[in-house]
Design a protein around this ligand. Structure first.
Ligand code: C2O
Ligand code: CU
Length: 437
């Protein structure tokens, strides 16, 4: 009996490997006003868990800068296919956005210098925007952290979640979602569950990214404390029961570790209507070294702020429709690139209503601009919510106030990458000369 008891005690952790944040990209520039990094996109050797990587890794190196700095990224394309880098969630000049709606991708063997100022603090990410479905699934993505010097320094952990094998090049009308709940999660490239050791009495700022093409996370652990969404600190800390992260979404949470550890799990959650059958899946075992009383909450400089009123008019409606059965995904009845470009004036704050008419969920993502959520199905959020990616549940009606403060022709699309690939993508033009093509 004794061996059995011992086996039961060790069993839960038997296959968990220790996890650490992805390595950070070295800054090649001595000037403190500039962060200069290099990213080479290349195939990985046979047997690697992903097809491609930046600097030979998946996730690629984390890029870290501060508000007010310039970021310079030298991309070298060592793939045998064109690529680009899109800076998801960042307010960048249009030519740096990585979308190929106007302008060409970076060809094989070519290089491109991305350069833009870091305006807002938060947890962002980078990934190709050319053959996106295939290249992101292949392992081309990484995290971009922009720090605000006013935020206290703590221990940090970056966790990037992805599932394996979502992209099937042979599948013409893929059935995205049904029966795929068994796909295995990887965390920072390692198969789940992983193990993380924290000191008792310590606080860790954990930056989370869902980089999966199609799979959702519905994360739970005791005393979940969320401090930031996709665009930096929330108005105040929130304690939701669980944290749903759709593909493309980020969040920051605080782990205050005391006498005992805990397990981060995900409920089974599908784009085909949310909660699904099956037991929760263990993702991260948090273990305690040197147990000690948990510290008090970290004093983050939460900005506060009130929810803007939801006005009785709408400037733009995006109706999302489509079906797994046809693989035909449209916005306002149109499939990218045969779309109508909606126009708004630079400096305006258009009200955009996104309606989900389809039987699946869709994370709505807007490039180059930030939006405030005014209401979901007529109900305003409990606190001011600024983001760049927002999940629409089945039949949701989402109303947004867009900060149209950055000129360009910005992609607006679903971040379920096969949906975007099959047409669920459009363009919002922000310009001074709104009346001229
Ligand atoms: Cu992260 Cu257009 O995408
Ligand atoms: Cu979608």
């Amino acid at each position: 009996m004794r061996w059995l008891a011992a086996a039961l005690l060790v069993a839960p952790f038997a296959h968990a490997e220790p996890v650490a944040s992805p390595p950070e990209a070295p800054d090649l520039e001595p000037d403190p006003g500039v962060v200069h990094v290099r990213l080479t996109a290349a195939e990985r050797p046979d047997g690697a868990p992903f097809l491609y990587g930046y600097e030979g890794m998946t996730p690629g190196p984390t890029i870290r800068g501060r508000v007010g700095q310039m970021l310079v990224v030298e991309l070298t394309n060592a793939l045998d296919t064109p690529t680009t880098i899109h800076w998801h969630g960042m307010k960048v000049p249009f030519v740096m956005d990585g979308a190929t709606w106007r302008g060409d991708p970076v060809g094989p063997g070519e290089s491109f210098l991305y350069t833009f100022p870091l305006e807002h603090a938060g947890t962002f990410w980078y990934h190709p925007h050319f053959d996106t479905d295939r290249q992101v699934d292949g392992g081309l993505y990484g995290v971009l952290v922009v720090e605000d010097p006013a935020e206290p320094a703590t221990d940090e952990l970056v966790l990037v979640f992805d599932t394996e094998g979502e992209y099937d090049p042979r599948d013409e009308h893929p059935d995205h979602g049904h029966g795929h709940l068994g796909r295995r999660w990887r965390i920072n490239g390692q198969a789940a569950p992983v193990e993380y050791r924290a000191r008792g009495g310590s606080a860790t700022r954990v930056r989370l990214l869902n980089a999966s093409n199609v799979d959702y996370l519905a994360l739970r652990w005791p005393d979940l404390r969320q401090i930031a969404g996709g665009q930096g600190l929330l108005p105040a800390a929130q304690g939701p029961e669980r944290l749903v992260l759709a593909p493309g979404q980020r969040a920051e949470v605080e782990w205050r570790v005391g006498e005992s550890g805990f397990t981060v799990t995900t409920d089974r959650y599908s784009l085909n209507g949310g909660d699904a059958h099956g037991d929760p899946v263990d993702l991260v075992e948090v273990l305690v070294d040197a147990p000690a009383p948990a510290p008090p909450p970290v004093a983050w400089p939460f900005p506060g702020g009130v929810v803007s009123p939801d006005p009785p008019y709408t400037d733009i409606v995006y109706a999302f429709a489509g079906s797994d059965r046809t693989g035909d995904w449209r916005i306002n009845g149109e499939r990218f690139p045969d779309i109508t470009v909606e126009r708004v004036r630079l400096g305006s704050t258009p009200i955009v209503e996104v309606r989900n008419l389809s039987p699946t969920e869709h994370p709505f993502h807007l490039h180059g601009l930030r939006f405030e959520v005014l209401s979901v199905n007529g109900v305003p959020p409990a606190a001011r919510t600024v983001d760049d990616t927002w999940n629409l549940r089945v039949r949701d009606r989402l109303r947004l106030r867009v900060e149209a403060d950055n000129p360009g022709e910005w992609m607006a699309h679903c971040h379920i990458l096969p949906h975007a690939h099959h047409g669920m993508m459009t363009v919002l033009r922000v310009a001074d000369d709104v009346d001229n093509p």
